[in-house]
Design a protein around this ligand. Structure first.
Ligand code: F0G
Length: 427
């Protein structure tokens, strides 16, 4: 069975054990291309079911359970895992379903990963490849989740992590993780797009392995969000999958996962993908509306700092996903994001602002008649509620500039007396 790297632009292919992450010939994005003919006999629903009953560290991982579809044929000890994946697929409460406007809404909570975001699936893939190519140091630019995850996965693998952040636009929970896990942390005077440009240049000239989502092994890991979700649904395909879009790594990974599953006969039809961007960080949405496969970068601004990205690195792969899945792109305001977040949080599920773009996006697409109220919809929640406590507390104390705290749950303060409590909560 032969897995190769293939450039999506010039088509050149390379052995998969290489340390470069973009095409050395033309600079294009690379795919990890699996030998699907050979895989057809090697993977089955039964194989994946069997592994659910095993304590083997690879079978227990929600990434490596599906290793044939991710990064096959490595010695068992090469695979890096923190037991990532295995995240809950929630049935939304009726109230949350009403808010979103659909009767059958499920939410896959990727915030339940070891470092609190879906990035752990990508890092299982990317850090495994880093070890395979003999890297000692790994680097990324990040709005906070990639860095938290890379710092952790590097530490458990004995690699040095170098993280660059856009100064002032990374939430507290995420910075704290990267500092705690022992990465070298650098704040850059610039936004995420500026920071990623520096990191890409650094990876060309320094002995560091690049772990942003242009790294195709990251995307192989992130495919398992979709594979695991379909496994959880008994391989029943929903009508829609809805995901927030920033740098567009997930959107790219999802399209590839669905295409491969369909080709292998593991699913019988393609769902439609809806990608949701913040209004102030919407370059894919603009291209979609124009019907133009070219990217025009924007200067990004949104309260959902995780997706404050104006020049998404995986644009070309995301565009391909839209074609493969008859996909759509929508945009939502910061107000819609924070109100949807308050609803997801109050349902007891909780997520960070960028994740709530999924639910806000479902609501908008139902309003527009794109998603029907009776459609089966799976939304992806990408990060944990504790990632951005600042946004939570400011929303509920009505302290967000320019936004209305529609569903505020205000905090009370009383003197230390039972009478004061009784005055607040009458019998
Ligand atoms: N949701 C969260 C919580 C994220 O952290 C990100 C991206 C996205 C959605 C967007 O995903 O880039 O695959 O379209 N965070 C990156 C980071 C950029 O550095 O942590 P995407």
């Amino acid at each position: 069975m032969q897995t190769v790297l293939r450039c999506i632009d010039c088509g050149k292919s390379y052995p998969s054990d290489q340390a470069f992450v973009t095409c050395p010939a033309c600079g294009g994005l690379l795919d990890v291309e699996h030998d699907l003919d050979a895989l057809r006999g090697a993977v089955s629903h039964e194989l994946f079911d069997q592994r659910l009953g095993s304590w083997d560290r690879l079978d227990r991982s929600g990434v490596w359970r599906y290793r044939e579809l991710v990064l096959p044929d490595l010695p068992a000890e090469t695979y890096v895992t923190r037991g990532e994946g295995n995240t809950t697929l929630y049935d939304a409460t009726p109230r949350l379903g009403d808010y979103a406007g659909v009767r059958k809404l499920q939410l896959k909570h990727e915030g339940e990963n070891p470092t609190g975001s879906f990035k752990d699936r990508g890092m299982a893939g990317g850090v495994t490849q880093a070890r395979r190519v003999g890297a000692h140091s790994v680097i990324c630019a990040s709005t906070g989740n990639t860095s938290a995850s890379m710092a952790s996965y590097a530490a458990i693998s004995g690699l040095q992590a170098l993280v660059l952040f856009p100064e002032g636009y990374v939430s507290l929970g995420k910075i704290a993780q990267s500092v705690a896990y022992g990465a070298t942390n650098v704040q850059v005077h610039g936004d995420f797009d500026d920071t990623l440009a520096i990191v890409r240049a650094a990876a060309e000239s320094l002995p560091v392995y690049l772990l942003n989502s242009i790294n195709p092994f990251r995307l192989e890991g992130q495919k398992t969000i979709i594979i695991e979700m379909l496994h959880q649904r008994g391989w029943r395909v929903p009508d829609w999958i809805v995901v927030p879009g920033g740098n567009l790594g997930n959107s790219s990974a999802f399209g590839k996962a669905l295409m491969e599953l369909k080709t292998l006969g593991l699913i019988d039809r393609m769902p439609r993908l809806a990608i949701v961007q913040a209004e102030g960080a919407n370059p894919l949405y603009r291209s979609f509306v124009d019907g133009s496969a070219t990217l025009t970068p924007v200067k990004a601004q949104t309260i959902a700092t995780a997706i404050r990205i104006g020049n998404p690195a995986s644009f070309a792969k995301a565009w391909r996903t839209l074609e493969w899945t008859d996909g759509v792109v929508t945009e939502v305001s910061d107000q819609a994001i924070m109100d949807a977040k308050a609803q997801v949080d109050a349902a007891g599920i909780g997520c960070e602002p960028a994740s709530a773009a999924s639910v806000a996006g479902v609501r908008r697409l139902v309003d527009e008649g794109v998603i029907a109220p009776g459609d089966e919809v799976v939304g992806i929640l990408t990060g944990h509620v504790l990632k951005d406590p600042d946004a939570v507390l400011k929303y509920h104390s009505k302290a967000l500039d320019g936004l209305t705290s529609t569903f505020a749950n205000t905090m009370h303060t009383i003197p230390a007396s039972l009478d004061a409590l009784k005055a607040l909560i009458p019998a």
